[in-house]
Design a protein around this ligand. Structure first.
Ligand code: FMN
Length: 246
């Protein structure tokens, strides 16, 4: 099985799925992952697995049936939006480790095709289709990815602040760059100041920036840990990365 760093390196948005259901062993590992993430976060992620195609994705962006998906449910607050990003990316990496293809989808799916449980004040932030990536990605889906990814920012533009950021910060930034973000906006920078790293939102407006902030924090942590520095960010914008061990 891939480790979490390898999973973060390998993950891309899967836009074409094979026509088959996920095997039982993988499905139960996925369920365990969702339970663990809900217990840690207090969020209300729900996994749906069916024998028939379930989640309807826009055929303009995706190909192939989706039998299994997660609905990322949380309260309609920036705090939960960030948690959905952080723990949702945890789920994406877990699914990637299990050999599955995934994609974050906030908009381009049919709402009527899903019916998750929503408590008072909760909403569906995103859905994550899960399945086996088609062996050959159709040209259309390849073009969609290269078209969106072509706007990716340069590595140097992700770091602000003092000169001389250490290697582990750059490894964290590399993981942030590889991570998903809504319409590939890549709206999170790392600020290196006074010997500490902070996660900083540099764009807002489409309403998903706190999802993106949480995703970027998760990715950075995976990168930093790979470079030998374990830690995690405090919640919120401009939050400090607190080192647990080096
Ligand atoms: C919060 C969020 C919402 C997204 N919503 C959609 C969506 O509605 N439809 C879609 O096709 N892709 C969606 N994406 C996928 C992004 O377009 C994709 O992650 C980005 O272009 C980077 O490409 P990559 O994931 O292959 O690295 C979303 C990504 C994120 C993080």
């Amino acid at each position: 099985m891939l480790n979490v760093w390898e999973a973060s390196e390998k993950r891309i948005s899967c836009r074409a799925y094979e026509d088959r259901t996920i095997d039982d062993g993988t499905l139960s590992a996925l369920r365990a992952c969702v339970e663990e993430l809900n217990a840690a976060s207090g969020l209300h992620f729900q996994l749906f697995a069916s024998e028939k195609p379930a989640l309807k994705l826009s055929s303009a962006m995706f190909a192939g049936p989706v039998y299994t998906y997660a609905a990322l449910v949380g309260r309609d607050t920036p705090e939960d939006a960030e948690k959905v990003g952080y723990y949702g990316q945890g789920l994406v990496l877990c699914a990637t480790q299990l050999g599955l293809g995934t994609c974050w989808v906030a908009g381009t799916y049919d709402r009527a095709s899903i019916s998750p449980e929503l408590n008072e004040g909760e909403k569906v932030w995103d859905v994550i289709p899960m399945g086996y990536a088609a062996e050959k990605t159709p040209v259309k889906q390849k073009l969609i990815r290269s078209g969106i990814r072509a706007r990716s920012r340069r590595r140097d533009s992700f770091l602000e602040g003092d000169p001389g950021a250490p290697d582990w910060v750059w490894t964290g930034i590399e993981a942030v760059m590889k991570g998903p973000s809504a319409v590939n906006q890549q709206p999170v920078n790392i600020l290196w100041q006074g010997g500490k790293a902070y996660a900083k939102l540099i764009k807002s407006g489409h309403g998903l920036e706190y999802n993106d902030l949480g995703i970027a924090k998760k990715q950075f942590e995976v990168g930093a840990a790979h470079a030998g520095v374990k830690g995690s960010f405090l919640p919120g914008d401009m939050a400090e990365f607190v080192i647990i061990s080096k």
